[in-house]
Design a protein around this ligand. Structure first.
Ligand code: ZN
Length: 362
């Protein structure tokens, strides 16, 4: 849809955040789309190192982070998620840059807020797996402290809600939820389910999601690790077990029953990987096409799942397909494929017959 010439472009129209609908109001109306996967996309673009996977790009190239937020919004994301994934104390300790922790978080939040405000989308904070959780008192306390400091910075920035994501321990997810609720913010909590189809303490995904819902999570579900095909059956069980809203954000890779996670995928065409497996830098041949991802979104929505998106590996054209599958026409739909005028495959009568005939030989 084109704005009339006399109107300012959408990005210039000030949004009244006081009257803007929040996450829950939007979910009551219909789907909410959330693009995740910033680590992988910046790695692919050459601005972030695979391995430690720390979002230093927030400090080194803030304009690129704002640009990627804008690309995902243009493609249909309703949420701008601050790029604070792995910007936590343990990761920064590992790369000996703990002194950058607060600036990295506050800057990431400010960048996301700017894009959310200019586009009228939701502004989300983010906490994630700490990689230090163990089921003992000391670890529980350390994890809670990490969540409290990141949750506090998110609350200071005025987020609409906080996403707690990629937890493979159900209990760690519960601690994250407690921290978000202590900051008095809505919480979307999503679990990462590896090859064993349970959390690391052995809770089924539906049991873990039910516990999170009972503890006050506003949206519960699954993200990352599994592709559409191996996440959907688990989502079906989650949807049947919890009463509230469910989230589904798979990785856009063709995982299957024998290799249900993107870490477990093996490539029959090539096996000389420096890291011994395609994950995380050689997953390209497993990428789902945009139509498969649209099919996933439609299937998940038909199950009654309303908070939908993608995680590691997601690119804007995937998000556009998901948005369109849910009946949306984001700005990027202006450029959705129309093959009718293709030089050979086109159906338009202005495409010369000789060229259309030659299409058989392409
Ligand atoms: Zn992911």
């Amino acid at each position: 849809m084109q704005a009339a010439e006399s109107q300012p472009p959408a990005a210039m129209i000030p949004i009244d955040t006081n009257t803007r609908d929040g996450l829950l109001e939007r979910l009551e109306r219909g789907p909410v789309i959330c693009a995740e996967g910033y680590l992988f996309e910046f790695e692919r673009r050459g601005y972030l190192q695979a391995g430690a996977f720390v979002p230093e790009v927030v400090l080194e190239h803030p304009q690129l982070v704002a640009q990627l937020h804008r690309e995902f919004v243009h493609a249909g994301s309703d949420v701008v998620e601050a790029f604070t994934y792995y910007a936590h104390r343990e990761k920064l300790r590992l790369i000996e840059k703990e002194h950058l922790l607060e600036t990295m978080n506050r800057d990431a939040l400010a960048i996301a807020k700017e894009v959310a405000e200019e586009s009228g989308t939701l502004f989300a904070g983010n906490i994630c797996n700490t990689n230090v959780f163990l089921a003992d008192g000391e670890a529980r306390q350390a994890v809670r402290k990490m969540f409290d400091e990141q949750g506090g910075w998110a609350a200071d920035a005025g987020v609409d809600f906080v996403i707690g994501e990629t937890f493979s321990w159900g209990e760690e997810a519960l601690i994250g939820l407690e921290a978000i609720k202590a900051a008095d913010l809505p919480a979307v909590i999503t679990l990462a389910i590896h090859q064993e189809p349970d959390t690391r303490e052995g809770w089924t995904p539906e049991e873990a999601c039910k516990r999170l819902e009972d503890a006050g999570a506003d949206v519960v579900g699954l993200n990352c690790i599994r592709g559409p095909r191996t996440m959907l059956p688990l989502l079906e069980r989650v949807r049947a077990t919890v009463g509230g809203h469910v989230a589904a954000l798979p990785v856009p890779y063709r995982t299957h029953v024998e290799q249900p996670t993107f870490q477990s995928l093996r490539d029959p065409e090539y096996d000389v990987f420096p890291q011994g497996r395609p994950f995380p830098t050689a997953l390209d041949p497993f990428t789902c096409n945009r139509y498969e991802l649209a099919d996933f979104a439609a299937a998940a929505y038909a199950l009654g799942i309303r908070y939908l998106g993608l995680c590691c590996g997601a690119a804007p054209h995937h998000i556009r397909s998901i948005a369109e599958a849910l009946g949306r026409t984001p700005a990027a739909s202006r450029y959705t494929a129309d093959m009718s005028k293709h030089a050979f495959l086109g159906t338009d009568e202005r495409v010369p017959t000789e060229y259309r005939d030659y299409a058989r030989k392409l």
